[in-house]
Design a protein around this ligand. Structure first.
Ligand code: FAD
Length: 257
């Protein structure tokens, strides 16, 4: 079983294999639980695919497929679509040249020491951070376009319902207040750290990947400082660290078929 074979990887890098696996899992596996899609769920799906089409920093064929899926979805005027019809587009049944959404799961940076650790949820965080950083670079979406698209996806489709409830709770508190994309990057980072904090030591934690307040000092010394003896984040440094860490040109292409 090749899926279980441990792959060598650099723990401080982002892998395209995880991002493509996130796309496959979220668009083919999670959505399959919804035979028909309408109302708020349809709006959420349109927003999610729209930001992927605009900002997924992937291989050209994958971007082409996401764009085809976006165009198709935006042109649907019925109040309800079937998952099957979307799947036909994702599988490129129409034969658009040079457009593929690879099938299958290939976890690299998101490998877990056991099958129930890490993987899809890890890849979704990674995808969210990458897309937000990419959006800042291209400036064709605003902070709310991006954050609300994630929010809607998680709310309607994320299979871990407890996660969705927690995320929605955090979104309700403050997501609407975020105006700038740079603040969206930091909002997502700080909420991710809140989740890390809550989950540290929980049964869901992979013992080989302990939950820490991220990035730890080894990864970004300048991100940390002391104020009157207490730990404080240096937000400006955190932002520039995230922009570099999650930037498209740093994503590794290892293990892609
Ligand atoms: P992850 O937390 O998945 O992080 C992936 C990678 O991102 C890390 O390896 C690290 O390189 C980097 N990273 C870590 N922290 C940050 C940060 N603050 N900013 C930027 N990058 C960072 N699980 C639950 O049990 N309960 C929940 O309520 C819950 N809510 C979730 C909500 C969402 C929206 C998502 C996507 C996942 C949620 N999960 C929840 C899953 C959980 O957060 C982890 O994804 C899962 O436990 C796997 O953890 P991991 O070790 O792979 O690291």
């Amino acid at each position: 079983n090749t899926e279980m074979q441990w792959k060598q990887f650099n723990r401080t890098r982002v892998y395209m294999a995880d991002l493509e696996s996130a796309l496959h899992y979220s668009l083919r596996l999670e959505l399959a639980a919804h035979p028909t899609i309408s109302g708020g769920a349809l709006t959420a799906l349109k927003r999610y695919i729209s930001i992927l089409a605009k900002h997924f920093p992937g291989r050209r064929v994958v971007r082409n497929l996401l764009q085809a899926a976006d165009t198709w979805l935006q042109s649907q005027e019925d109040p309800e679509i079937s998952y099957k019809s979307l799947l036909a587009v994702l599988d490129n049944k129409a034969g658009t040249p040079e457009a593929v959404l690879p099938k299958g799961l290939q976890w690299v940076g998101c490998q877990g020491s056991k099958p129930h650790f890490r993987r899809y949820p890890c890849s979704m965080w990674t995808l969210f951070h990458v897309i937000t950083v990419e959006a800042l670079n291209s400036s064709i979406s605003d902070a709310q376009d991006i954050l609300q698209a994630f929010r809607g996806y998680v709310y309607y489709y994320f299979g871990c319902r407890e996660c969705a409830a927690h995320f929605e709770h955090m979104a309700k508190e403050s997501m609407n207040l975020v105006k700038k994309l740079s603040d969206a990057i930091l909002w997502l980072w700080s909420r991710h750290n809140r989740v890390n904090n809550r989950l540290a030591g929980a049964l869901s934690e992979d013992p080989h990947f302990p939950k820490v307040q991220w990035p730890p000092p080894e990864l970004c010394p300048k991100c940390h400082s002391l104020e009157l003896g207490d730990h404080a984040w240096n937000y400006r440094e955190v932002l520039s660290f995230l922009q570099e860490y999650y930037s498209a040109n740093r994503i590794l292409l290892d293990y892609l078929e």
